[in-house]
Design a protein around this ligand. Sequence first.
Ligand SMILES: Nc1nc2c(c(=O)[nH]1)N[C@H]1C(S)=C(S)[C@@H](COP(=O)(O)OP(=O)(O)OC[C@H]3O[C@@H](n4cnc5c(=O)[nH]c(N)nc54)[C@H](O)[C@@H]3O)O[C@H]1N2
Ligand SMILES: Nc1nc2c(c(=O)[nH]1)N[C@H]1C(S)=C(S)[C@@H](COP(=O)(O)OP(=O)(O)OC[C@H]3O[C@@H](n4cnc5c(=O)[nH]c(N)nc54)[C@H](O)[C@@H]3O)O[C@H]1N2
Ligand SMILES: [Mo]
Length: 563
Amino acid sequence: MTNAIHEIQDADCILITGSNTGESHPVLSYEVIRAVKKGASLIVIDPRKIGMTEHATLHLQPKPGQDIYLFMAMAHVIIREGWADMAFIEERTEEFEAFQQSVLEITPEVAALATGIPVAQIEKAARLYALGERQNGVSIYANGDGQARGHSSILYAMGITQRSNGTELVHMLANLAMLGGQIGKPSTGVNPLRGQSNVQGACDLGGLPDVLPGYQKVFDEPKRKAVAQKWGVDDLPAEVGLTVVEMSKAMSAGRIHAMYVMGENPLMSDPDSTHVEKAFRSLDFVVAQDIFLNETGLLAHVILPAASSLEKDGTFTNTERRVQLLNPILTPPGEAKPDWEIISALAEKFEEKMGRHRNVKWTYTSTAEIMDEAATVAPIYGGISHRRLQGDGLQWPCPTPDHPGTQYLHAGKFSRGLGKFFPIEVNLPYEQPDEEYPLILTTGRVLYHYHSGTMTRRSEGLDWRVPRGYVEVNPTDAEAIGLLDGGQVKIISRRGEVRTQARIGDRVPPGVVFLSFHWKEAPANILTHDIKLDPIAKIPEYKATTVRLENPKLKRTKKAKAR
Ligand SMILES: Nc1nc2c(c(=O)[nH]1)N[C@H]1C(S)=C(S)[C@@H](COP(=O)(O)OP(=O)(O)OC[C@H]3O[C@@H](n4cnc5c(=O)[nH]c(N)nc54)[C@H](O)[C@@H]3O)O[C@H]1N2
Ligand SMILES: Nc1nc2c(c(=O)[nH]1)N[C@H]1C(S)=C(S)[C@@H](COP(=O)(O)OP(=O)(O)OC[C@H]3O[C@@H](n4cnc5c(=O)[nH]c(N)nc54)[C@H](O)[C@@H]3O)O[C@H]1N2
Ligand SMILES: [Mo]
């Protein structure tokens, strides 16, 4: 997030898109509800009637993939009506003209025709967001900082990014923020809600294929050499590695022979599971390091039992870039050990092969020591140490030991200097509904379960709340195949089919069905594909797969009648 969580409740306007905030980020969602109770306007742009729409001033409901029209039309209106913050654009950004040109033809009328959402609603969303208008029109920030506009915050998550044009959509949201001058101030910004407890920390410290710790690109020679020097080696590899989906493709192609899977369950969570399973079965050697034996672990040659987050120390970095200390409250069962201990023990044992470097020893004695090393190589963590994290932790960038941390980014100046506008094109999901597969399946989460269910489906209470999978179907689509609420239904895509229970209602619009990927009995990723990835992030299109529904009962009765 560019901004801090507690700032949300003081926003004048909040735009949530591609995030089921109430179920996937329940704690943070209360900040949004508080803001609305204090008079903020809330715009939700989501294909489904998610919980947050109950609090929304406006709910724009495009079909999966169509939202691009709405964002572009909002920008079009903001420019046309003179709601853009021209002073901000001139002083702080570049390449505005190219962006302006790209939205010229996407009028609200064009967007309305493409999405079925009325022009007036698109115009209202543009106005509320750009001017930061509250429900009663005024703003607590307007004129407070010498500006006649309120502060608006964008919250987004996987509904934006898990798309074949996800990077472009994120650029589009950043364009909107710069257009309204809605960044670099409190309660504004472009705020991706990070998913896992420490996904932010993992990325910060180099858990991505193209960066060294602190988002230093491997191909940025001066930065790479500086890290190499700190580790006491001449240089480090400069080529970008593979992303998860690229790895399963490389396994299938015989270019990867072994995998070490730590804290992941790709057999359930990667797209086109049938192929992923084949890819894993073709490997010579698989290691699974996990707190439980999951579907992927069942195919492993070696299992390394890890300690859970309740059983180890270290740090988690949360979605607002806050690095926080983790304190163990339980002792690990059996032979389970914290992940870092397992990895350093292995590295020490195979030191010959892992390489010995002057300033790197694998025999860490504590997580505090690992953090100190991170501080020396990642400038954004430069001033962070366990000692300083006692209490509330610190928000990076925190470059020096006396730096207080950074509540929100891009104040006065963007990290890259000038904020860059990106021109945008309309790009739709790879699979488009046709006669054979007329519905769009979108996948995601429910409140009571977590991903492949390894942890939550073992919890008695959570299992009691939601014991099994279901697919959300609109009454129109259910009626077409004589499907009753609670009835069994087959969901069929070009990759495969799953069978689950139907939950009929208007949470999804006609033409759209929703299935979460928590259920091994009806694994959503049997249906999804990895054919077209986002060209930059290489993320698969989890949010839009075409499918058809079949009512098994209807077929049987038809057959029975025929007989
Ligand atoms: N309970 C629970 N919480 C979790 C998790 C969990 O498994 N369970 N997982 C965590 C993780 S790792 C992550 S990444 C986050 C994910 O957090 P979210 O992204 O908030 O969760 P999703 O369920 O993937 O919701 C995506 C939303 O995007 C919408 N959507 C679908 N298609 C489109 C589209 O074309 N355009 C737009 N604008 N929206 C669309 C869906 O209707 C849905 O509301 O959740 C985290 N929190
Ligand atoms: N169709 C569809 N597929 C999706 C998504 C979607 O929206 N739709 N979302 C995608 C997203 S955003 C995500 S993040 C992925 C998630 O995909 P995964 O990360 O593969 O799913 P999890 O079930 O969270 O698997 C995490 C594993 O880590 C283990 N674990 C927990 N704590 C620890 C620990 O401390 N140490 C170790 N070693 N192991 C631990 C758990 O037992 C579990 O087996 O799924 C992706 N797949
Ligand atoms: Mo995630």
